[in-house]
Design a protein around this ligand. Sequence first.
Ligand SMILES: CC(C)(COP(=O)(O)OP(=O)(O)OC[C@H]1O[C@@H](n2cnc3c(N)ncnc32)[C@H](O)[C@@H]1OP(=O)(O)O)[C@@H](O)C(=O)NCCC(=O)NCCS
Length: 269
Amino acid sequence: MGRRLRRLIGTAWAWDSALTVPGGADVSLGAVTHVGVRADRTRRGVLSTLMRAQLTDLAERGAVAAGLHATEAAIYGRFGYGAATLGRDLRIQRARARVRDDAPAGGRVELHDLDGLIGRVPEVYPRAATRPGMLARPDAWWGMMRSHLTRPSATRPQGVTHEGPDGIDGFAVYTVERTKGDQAKLTVVDLHTANTAAAAGLWRYLLSVDLVDTIEAALRPVDEPLDLLLTDPRAVSTTDLGDDLWLRLIDVPAALAARTYGDEQLVAR
Ligand SMILES: CC(C)(COP(=O)(O)OP(=O)(O)OC[C@H]1O[C@@H](n2cnc3c(N)ncnc32)[C@H](O)[C@@H]1OP(=O)(O)O)[C@@H](O)C(=O)NCCC(=O)NCCS
């Protein structure tokens, strides 16, 4: 009897992560990524099978929710996911943008290559990523970011940290590329700050990088007060407002009970 050859035809990965909920608590979350089915095996239920197995596995491991960033928005609703947070894509005209004189100043901004940055900021990230809807980044996440930003086709990334009285309290990763003619664009790839001084210091730095005409950043928090930090808020335009994190609740009572609103708490009955 001949043996059947087994081939990989689809994948769905999940990292152990955590989700910050309103009130500041964290719940365990499976961060779903690398979802794909081989092109010659699509539309015959492979993704549906993977999603069912993954959600069962996450439930058994005690995850309260699963989360992902959807490349295509039409796919995940049928598996119980919904868009949970919005992100703002923005473009800044550098020539018009100046940080207000009364914005906090005095911190130290330091340049690093990507490895230097990754060596310094994982312990800073939890203090900076406190908005509801933010995900914890396990150690492996930073390695994945490194591989992605240093893939052969990528523009070389640059890192920068902000140091306040209590040490590093913010960081950014960015790239600069020439577009057409003399035009150059700075793209903010990642930026997290633990306080307003760090936000002001890092944006002040990013706006001061020489030979740059426009600055772009994708999926920034919608309540980031960047416009108010500038003398001319119209230097910033919103180029898109779209879904960011998609969530699928797995343990609904635990997800609701983790949220707090001042002294109030939601309970499932
Ligand atoms: C998208 C993808 C994962 C779907 O896998 P699949 O095995 O073909 O999906 P299934 O056969 O299990 O289909 C499940 C359902 O989703 C629907 N669906 C699948 N792909 C879809 C798409 N691109 N847009 C809208 N609906 C889609 C199917 O029609 C089916 O609907 P039904 O439940 O009403 O019958 C696969 O086509 C793929 O890998 N595409 C390229 C990479 C990609 O887009 N990955 C997603 C990253 S977010």
